[in-house]
Each structure stands twice: as structure tokens, then as C-alpha cells.
Design a protein around this ligand. Structure first.
Ligand code: ADP
Ligand code: 5GP
Length: 195
């Protein structure tokens, strides 16, 4: 692992938020407006949603495969975000690209975000996408229609904790009106990448 950040030409943009806040929606809009921003495809042991493609949203693997990758030291960081559901940033997605000057976006939970921020320091911008309220978060998860009632409850339960860590991020964007949030996020990302 490379630890001297001054030798890494690529920059890191970290997006974190309680599930359902609109992080994926905002990221997908912003990435089309920004040059040279790749995406670190994480590995996960959760099952794919209907619209998710292996290798694009995630690398979908079994818990056993995940454990094997932990053993082989293949992760920059990993978390059991929900009971039995593992998510991790793969070194193979990150190290070579950053060394080749490709800027990378990460979609990770709060623990992963703060770990990656610690690792890359000034080379990283950690953005917390905040929902207007827990009630609105629940409404968005229900409207998205991709998760069962139980999964939605699990996500809402974790959201309060995640919101309590928002002050540790470099920037917070409240995703109330989507267009405003996209514009704010775009400006933060472009200013950071061009600095
Ligand atoms: P996340 O990636 O944070 O889990 P998504 O991007 O999947 O969240 O968004 C969750 C749901 O909320 C989606 O159905 C999305 O279309 C919707 N959504 C996103 N932003 C807004 C917004 N500002 N107002 C209303 N609905 C939104
Ligand atoms: P979802 O199941 O909604 O795609 O993701 C659930 C949570 O896991 C989100 O907060 C998402 O950002 C987080 N997550 C996705 N990939 C990673 C990863 O590689 N590492 C960590 N720590 N969290 C991740």
C-alpha cells in the first residue's frame, strides 16, 4: 500500500450518506459533468437489486469469497455495514488507477469514508449527502421500491447513527431539492479536483 500521498497523482472524492439519501442519484448526475472521474467498484456480499450489474454497481460475491479476500489482504477497507452484509473497497480498483492519475469517486458507509479520508488526507474530499429528515428518507426508500420492509427498517435504524457522524466530513450537502444538491456537489467536486 502506498502511504506517501504526495506521490499519488490521482485524487479521491468520497460520497457517503444513509441509504436512500440520494447519493447514487447525485453521483450519477455529477460524474457526467466532470472529466477524469472514475468509480471504485466495491465488493459486497449483499444480493444484487434488479437493476444492478455485476462489475458496475458492485462486484457481487459470497460471504465465503469475501472472507477469502480479507485473508488475502485485498481490501483498502471493509465493513459489515448491516448484519451479515459485507462491503469493501478493493485495492485492485484503486491503487493502479490513482497512480496513473485517474481521480476516483467512492460510495462508502461513514466508517469506510472516514478511513479512506484518513488514508489519503489532503488528496481526498469527503462529502456527506444528508436527507432532509428521517421521514423523507423512509419515503424515498419506500418509493425506490428496491428493498423489502425489513431491509428498509435496517437502513432507517442505521441512519440515525450515520447522521450523528456527519460533522466529521469535509462537506455536507443537504439533498432536499435535487437540482440544488447536484449543483452544490458539482461545484465542490470541480473546485477540489482543479485546486
Ligand atoms: P442512495 O444511493 O443514497 O441509497 P438513491 O440515489 O438510490 O439513494 O435515491 C433514493 C431514492 O430517492 C431514489 O428513488 C431517488 O430517485 C430518490 N431521490 C433522490 N434524490 C431525491 C430528491 N432530492 N427528492 C426526492 N427524491 C429523491
Ligand atoms: P447499498 O446496499 O445501499 O448499495 O449500500 C449500503 C451501504 O454500504 C451504503 O452506505 C454504501 O455507501 C456502503 N458501501 C458500499 N460499498 C462500500 C465499501 O466498499 N465500503 C464500505 N465501508 N461501505 C460501502
Amino acid at each position: 500500500m502506498i502511504t506517501d500521498n504526495s506521490r499519488i497523482p490521482g485524487k479521491v472524492v468520497i460520497f457517503s450518506a444513509p441509504s436512500g439519501s440520494g447519493k447514487t442519484t447525485i453521483y450519477n448526475r455529477v460524474k457526467d459533468l466532470v472529466d477524469n472521474l472514475g468509480f471504485s467498484v466495491s465488493a459486497t456480499s449483499r444480493p444484487p437489486r434488479e437493476n444492478e450489474e455485476n462489475g458496475k454497481s458492485y462486484w457481487f460475491i459470497t460471504v465465503e469469497q469475501f472472507m477469502e479476500k480479507i485473508k488475502n489482504d485485498e481490501f483498502v477497507e471493509y465493513e459489515e455495514v448491516y448484519p451479515g452484509k459485507f462491503y469493501g473497497t478493493l485495492k485492485s480498483e484503486v491503487e493502479e488507477k490513482l497512480m496513473n492519475g485517474i481521480n476516483l469517486a467512492f460510495d462508502v458507509d461513514v466508517h469506510g469514508a472516514l478511513k479512506i479520508k484518513r488514508l489519503y488526507g489532503e488528496n481526498a474530499l469527503a462529502i456527506f449527502i444528508q436527507p432532509p429528515s428521517i421521514d423523507e428518507l423512509r419515503r424515498r426508500l419506500e418509493l425506490r421500491g428496491t428493498d423489502s420492509k425489513e431491509v428498509i427498517e435496517e437502513r432507517i435504524k442505521r441512519a440515525t447513527y450515520e447522521l450523528s457522524r456527519s460533522g466529521e466530513f469535509d462537506k455536507i450537502v443537504v439533498n432536499d431539492d435535487l437540482e440544488t444538491a447536484v449543483k452544490e456537489t458539482y461545484e465542490l467536486v470541480v473546485n477540489f479536483l482543479n485546486a
